[in-house]
Each structure stands twice: as structure tokens, then as C-alpha cells.
Design a protein around this ligand. Structure first.
Ligand code: PMP
Length: 320
């Protein structure tokens, strides 16, 4: 029996235009993507608003999804409008007021040579309720470990794409951080500067200036990152897109993660474990609690996603 303990609210998933009961397994163990990570996915959130659930920045997510598919040389089985409609129908069919939506496009069953010659691309979409990604206490601030292994470099992989295979590195580093007692990992890039978390972008605040890095620092340029940059500018905070060093992070007045899953999560403690032979002591960021800039942006973000900020209504796709 399939447990839904970690997928609360999940009733049905969508595969190639058809709904299936959550407990039904339809994939063969020999699908190409299961063996080689030849898949791409999106993480999207729907939020409760006074007018029912609304999907946040759906169009941007599907644009990125299709870019990822093209990087994998996939022929998507559905077009953008069809995928957007399917996402909305999944939220509706599961009766969700809010939740996390996971579209996955993958090379399916056909052959198992590395070249997916006869493996068609298929699309599956699931949705469920997913609260705080880094735990209930995450809004008070999380501790991070700068892991020794460097982030895959932007010259090695096209960082515009969210490819399944890349997430092996994310899962391993998240496991390492967790096993060693930290909430989350942070990657340095090959240049030795801060890149990103396993599934998050990073912002720092120093002397009132908000700073985040860019794709040439080997990051996925997240949609939440883009959202926060716009909200911060609207709030009148100076913003800067520039590299961030480990020292910048440790010496920041405030720091936070952004991502669809983590939303805006303050980082309050950093341990630099980048040199396994010379681990450095934990550094407290600012006052060790969420700072005023982070909190101000978070408040505005909450208004935006819940349909309480008319200027950001443009980011919401209503379900009904
Ligand atoms: N970096 C990585 C590696 C991620 O997986 C994510 C999550 N998609 C992000 C950054 C943040 O991206 P977004 O804000 O679009 O969710």
C-alpha cells in the first residue's frame, strides 16, 4: 500500500492527460529517467486567497520547464497552455486550497541505451500540501553548513535547466548537512565563492544593500529570487547582483534563502566546512534572528502570494 504520510492532501495525479488514483503505480522500472536522471521538473506553489487557490507565477515556471526540456533535447508531449491547464486541473481535482505542485517531464519507457532513442518524453503532475520545507521552526532562522564539494559549474551544465540528474548533488549535500546536525547545505562554486543551497538561492543584506549572485556563479536563477528582487526594489531597498564570498555571507547583517519550497527562510548560523581538514567555528549572522529587511520582504511576499497586494496580482493564476 502506498502511504501518503509525506504527501498530505494528495488524491490523484495526472499523467499524459489522464488522472490516476495516488496509490496507483503506472511506470515500468525500466523507464530511462529512473536510471540516468534524464528528466526535468518544476516546483510550483498554489496559495489560498479570498477568491480560492491561486498558482504563483505559473507562466514563469512553465517557461522554465520548457527551457529545461529543450536543454535535454526533449519533445514535450504538451504545449505551454495545455500544461498550465493541466496544473490548474490537478489543484482542482485534489481539492487543494494551497499546496505544492510537481510537474515532471521524463524520458520514459523505450530503451536503456544512454541515448534515449526510442524513449518518448512523458509528463506527470502531482500536488499535495507541503508546509515549511526546512521544518516548522525555519521561520526563526536556519543553520547551514558550507559543504566541501563544489557546485556543478555553469560551464559543465546549463544552469537554466532544472534537470533531474543535477539533483543527485543536491540530495547528497542536503543529507550531509542533515547528518551533521545542520538544517541545510550551502555550495561554494568552483571559484570558491558562495553558489546556492541544494534547492535555494541565497541573499545577503549588508549596510542596507540586498545582494544576490547570478547564473555565472553556478546557480539556478530562481523565480522566487526574481520575485524578491522586484519586491525589494518596490520597498525602496537598494539591490545588487554580484558574487558573494564566504566571508560576505558570514559577515552579513542578514541572510536568507529563497525558493518555491523554502519561500523566504532566514539563515542565522553558518559553519564553513568547505575545507574538511580545517572546519571553522559556527558564525552567527547579525543578531542570530531574522532581521528587519528579511522580515519586511517576507511580509510583502506573503501579501503577494495570498492576493492581498494588487500590484502583484499579475503573478497569480486563479484556479476557477
Ligand atoms: N536553486 C536550486 C538548485 C533549486 O532547485 C531551486 C528551486 N527550484 C532554486 C534555486 C530556487 O528556485 P525557485 O525560486 O524558482 O524555486
Amino acid at each position: 500500500m502506498i502511504s501518503i504520510a509525506n504527501f498530505p492532501g494528495a488524491v490523484k495525479y495526472w499523467h499524459q492527460g489522464k488522472f490516476h488514483e495516488w496509490s496507483e503505480s503506472i511506470l515500468h522500472p525500466m523507464v530511462h529517467a529512473l536510471h540516468y536522471g534524464t528528466s526535468t521538473f518544476e516546483g510550483i506553489r498554489a496559495y489560498a486567497t479570498d477568491r480560492g487557490p491561486a498558482v504563483f507565477r505559473l507562466s514563469d515556471h512553465i517557461d522554465r520547464f520548457l527551457v529545461s526540456a529543450s536543454v535535454l533535447r526533449m519533445s514535450p508531449p504538451f504545449g505551454k497552455d495545455e500544461i498550465m491547464d493541466a496544473v490548474r486541473s490537478v489543484v482542482r481535482e485534489n481539492g487543494l486550497r494551497c499546496g505544492y505542485i510537481r510537474p515532471l517531464m521524463f524520458y520514459a519507457y523505450g530503451n536503456l541505451g544512454l541515448l534515449p532513442k526510442t524513449s518518448p518524453a512523458e509528463l506527470v503532475i502531482g500536488a499535495w500540501e507541503w508546509g515549511d520545507y526546512l521544518g516548522e521552526m525555519a521561520d526563526k532562522g536556519v543553520s547551514v553548513l558550507i559543504v566541501p564539494r563544489r557546485r556543478i559549474h555553469h560551464t559543465q551544465m546549463d544552469m537554466r535547466a532544472k534537470l533531474g540528474g543535477i539533483y543527485v548533488q543536491s540530495a547528497m549535500s542536503a543529507l550531509e548537512a542533515k547528518t551533521r546536525g545542520f538544517d541545510e547545505a550551502v555550495f561554494l562554486n568552483l571559484e570558491g565563492r558562495v553558489a546556492e543551497g541544494p534547492g535555494e538561492n541565497i541573499f545577503i543584506v549588508k549596510d542596507g544593500v540586498l545582494r544576490t549572485n547570478m547564473i555565472t556563479e553556478s546557480i539556478l536563477e530562481g523565480i522566487t529570487r526574481k520575485t524578491v528582487l522586484e519586491i525589494a526594489a518596490d520597498l525602496g531597498h537598494p539591490t545588487k547582483i554580484a558574487p558573494i564570498t564566504g566571508e560576505d555571507l558570514c559577515g552579513a547583517d542578514e541572510a536568507f534563502f529563497t525558493g518555491t519550497a523554502v519561500e523566504i527562510t532566514p539563515i542565522t548560523r553558518v559553519t564553513d566546512g568547505s575545507d574538511p581538514n580545517a572546519p571553522k567555528p559556527e558564525r552567527v549572522i547579525g543578531k542570530g534572528k531574522p532581521g528587519p529587511v528579511t522580515c519586511g520582504i517576507e511580509t510583502e511576499f506573503r501579501k503577494a502570494v495570498s492576493g492581498k497586494a494588487p500590484r502583484y496580482e499579475k503573478w497569480l493564476t486563479r484556479i476557477d
